[in-house]
Design a protein around this ligand. Structure first.
Ligand code: ATP
Length: 459
């Protein structure tokens, strides 16, 4: 559902302003007026993304004994013919001739009829409904043109000669880089079914209406796994990866109440898909797809066999040959980051009628795990020594701040989600102790300086 409630709209604008202020996101090319709904990530978001990616690698690749690869963004153009993207990867676009703006037909209808099952209607029917029912949209009278498909792949050109043969595309998903390397990987790793191949990387889609902050952008990052197995096991693994994906987002700290699982209806399924389930998150504008798990059958490998004339069959131990099925958990990093940030954002009223903004981020993914704060500048040398020691001798994500009152510095750390602050005070050099303040409870405890590393290892 895409309708934006006014109050929610205001809230989300506050959150975005907060994230910009603090250094999570910047407007892309801001000094030139920006690019529509395009965001750059500042150091705090990058720190979170790195954590998320390394947890994904641990959970989806390492612990599962799967393989991680890194294929290219620009591939042989035949890849996209075989995968179906050249012919079918389109959204339906309709133009309001009164303001010359183009919209996604399905978005217009979802705004007005959230429960409508758009997949059940033909293009002509959708066009008719919009023309008949939507007389005003986006604050303006309408004069609709015809609905037409619009291919979402970004065209580019490879090499110095600009002709039809040099035309190619930026990848709209990372998955195809995995399928076309299936043979290479099985050979070089002597991998036995079932096994998975994953990759993390940028994908590009020329979205008609990028919107909703980092939910729908034209450049985004995906973490995709293709888990190859025999057909008879595919339903088991489909369920397995659904469970694993759900556990993963909960492990990162999303609140269970804010997610739901939605299985696609028959009408919604791509023609090759044997089953697709989205994990949705309750974004400020309503439920939206956070990630998807699909049983893609043997469709992709078969297509690439057909178009490349190469065998992508798998030789079983009994000598028979099969084309494996692929189960695909596909996670968008940007949407996951958005969900984690919005889930963690809270404004808390304090006793003295003050307010504090906190990002209650899970320690695993917070940009910093702890901040070192000298109580006054007098303790700066002592505090810096602790800071440098932790940087040099531990992997802790640690920051340092000495400017402003201690109260202000606590607020600053609350606002970026740092779960612990270490205060170095007058007693520190005398007793060899520091105070640890907990972000959520604001409670403080005193421990020995030598205990810091151990303390953080155990919480
Ligand atoms: P939607 O229906 O919202 O356009 P989709 O079904 O086309 O999404 P998939 O092709 O399944 O998305 O892509 C897998 C994941 O990649 C999505 O679950 C989402 O997290 C992410 N993703 C897809 N398109 C975008 C985008 N334009 N911006 C940010 N993330 C995206």
């Amino acid at each position: 559902m895409y309708f934006v409630d006014n109050n929610l709209e205001k809230d989300i604008q506050n959150v975005i302003a907060h994230l910009k202020n603090q250094g999570f996101v910047y407007q892309n090319s801001e000094i030139y007026g920006g690019v529509v709904n395009t965001w750059d990530y500042g150091p705090l978001a990058v720190a979170m993304l790195n954590q998320i990616k390394s947890f994904w690698i641990n959970e989806f690749i390492r612990k599962e004994k799967n393989f991680l690869i890194d294929s290219k963004i620009i591939m042989n153009r035949s890849v996209w013919k075989a995968s179906g993207h050249l012919d079918n990867f389109s959204d339906y676009l309709i133009e309001n001739k009164n303001n010359n703006k183009r919209y996604r037909a399905d978005h217009i209808l979802k705004d007005l009829y959230p429960e409508m099952e758009i997949e059940k209607y033909s293009l002509e029917q959708l066009e008719q409904i919009i023309k008949e029912k939507v007389k005003k949209y986006d604050g303006i009278e309408t004069n609709w043109g015809n609905i037409r498909p619009f291919n979402l792949m970004f065209k580019t050109q490879m090499g110095a000669i600009d002709n039809a043969a040099s035309e190619t595309f930026l990848r709209p998903e990372t998955a195809q880089g995995i399928f076309v390397n299936f043979k290479n990987l099985s050979r070089s790793s002597r991998a036995k079914l079932p096994f998975g191949i994953g990759q993390i990387g940028k994908s590009f889609r020329n979205e008609i209406t990028p919107r909703d902050f980092i939910f729908r952008t034209r450049e985004f990052e995906q973490m995709e796994l293709e888990f190859f197995c025999e057909e008879k096991d595919s339903d088991y693994f489909y369920r397995y990866w659904i469970k694993k994906a759900k556990e993963f987002v909960l492990f990162l700290g999303l609140k269970e109440n804010n997610i739901r699982l939605r299985e696609h209806s028959k009408e919604e399924l791509s023609h090759y898909s044997k089953g697709t389930l989205d994990i949705e998150y309750l974004f400020p504008f309503g439920w939206g797809e956070l990630l998807g798990i699909a049983n893609r059958g043997s469709f992709d490998l078969e297509q690439h066999m057909k178009f490349s004339n190469q065998s992508l069959e798998y030789l079983k131990e009994d000598g028979s040959k099969i084309i494996p099925f692929a189960i695909e958990p596909s996670i968008g990093l940007d949407r996951l980051l958005f969900a984690l940030l919005i889930d963690a954002y809270e404004i808390e009223k304090l006793e003295n009628d003050e307010e504090r903004i906190i990002l209650k981020l899970n320690k695993k993914i917070a940009p910093y795990e702890l901040a070192i704060l000298p109580l006054t500048k007098k303790q700066a040398n002592e505090a810096k020594e602790i800071y440098n020691n932790l940087l040099m001798h531990t992997n802790l994500r640690v920051t340092y701040d000495e400017s402003g009152s201690i109260g202000k510095r606590y607020r600053r750390q609350d606002a970026i989600g740092t779960p612990y602050c270490i205060t170095v005070d007058f007693d520190s050099p005398i007793n060899n102790t520091i105070t640890i303040r907990n972000r959520d409870t604001m409670k403080q405890e005193t421990i020995s300086i030598n205990e810091i590393e151990n303390y953080f290892r155990n919480i």
